[in-house]
Design a protein around this ligand. Sequence first.
Ligand SMILES: *Cc1c(COP(=O)(O)O)cnc(C)c1O
Length: 422
Amino acid sequence: MNYFTYQDNRLFAEDVAIGDLAARLGTPLYIYSARTLRRHYRVLSEAFKGTDSLICFAMKALSNLSILKLFGDLGAGFDIVSVGELMRCLRAGADPGKIVFSGVGKTDEEIEAALKAKILMINVESRPELHRVSAVAQRINLQAPVSLRVNPDLDPGTHPHISTGHRDSKFGIPLSQVDEYYAEARGLKNLELAGLSTHIGSQITETAPFAEAGEKVAKIIAGLRAQGIALKYLDLGGGLGIPYQEEPPSPAQYSAALLGPLRNIGLKIIIEPGRVLVGNAGILVTKVLYVKETDVKRFIVVDGAMNDLIRPVLYEAYHDIVPVVRREGGDRQTADVVGPVCESGDFFARERDLPAVDSGDLIAVMSAGAYGFVMASNYNSRPRAAEVLVEGTVAHVIRERDTFEDIIRNEKIVTLKGGPDA
Ligand SMILES: *Cc1c(COP(=O)(O)O)cnc(C)c1O
């Protein structure tokens, strides 16, 4: 469900005509809908109503300060994976007491910053990290609330690059070692054993893997209790998919599967949704530059590229592509939609059946809100796109398009000696 709809065959973001926005701000352009973001948050919250729970938005999916502010204002916490993300949250006014810190490679500086900011907990992913957190906490004389991230060893049935809960993956600690880890953690100074966490992967479109994860952690928690280890939080990660093309479970079906095995667990439940909150709330608008025909193929060359949205080549991801102005009864044609970047992987769609387009037409790459702009780069010295947040009839620019000066800001031209021996 989102608020990108056609009115008289023109695509709108809420009550703003996308063609007008693109004319004003240029392309490629990321557009987000505030009403959609709020709705997604509300529907997910309702799915966990009656459970003592906290939604920590996995901000790596979309980390613009205005988006963080919107979710913070709704009561969300945040799941962060770097000190940069911590600083973004704090800048956006987030409550540090609702921040959890995930990731396999936290540096001393990051651990220190998180402890000083008094975040809710650090999700620890390895034995050396556990010792490191204890050491940093001792050095700065603070207590470190930690959870151990367990790898439940299951197959979430998603793309291998976004599957994190299998035993081959770098994430989490092995199920077989959970007891030892907690026992060891108990003996370390300045650690508070606050919780247990898990996260099995992303774009999961069935309920079974969530139910399986729920069952596995329920067993672990019962085992820990028997050893006298009482935790406060159970962090179940994110991963619920969105309908790029497939049909994911609803938030209510998701929460039922996840919580089923965990009724009466007696811990505060944390979830870390990323994609499901923001994916369908954003689109990437791009302009057709050329339609190029070869002997075997047709290419629609657009001004957006893989540096703007890398998901198609990185994850073989499907994104719906629609015209910004719809022509009733117009022709259709099969084409690859490609960008100007000098890479064969620079495409948004391949062999896609689309309404016929011409130079100058605008098209929208749908469901681009999650893992879209945040993965943008300046490859080919292309400016990163502007980002716009629409609310009703108002469009706020929440990030200006990069200028050329932005792109070269940290570079220096040095004077070299030169010559054949230099
Ligand atoms: C990426 C990530 C998430 C969010 O995943 P989504 O599929 O976007 O919901 C949550 N938790 C952790 C630890 C992650 O790495």
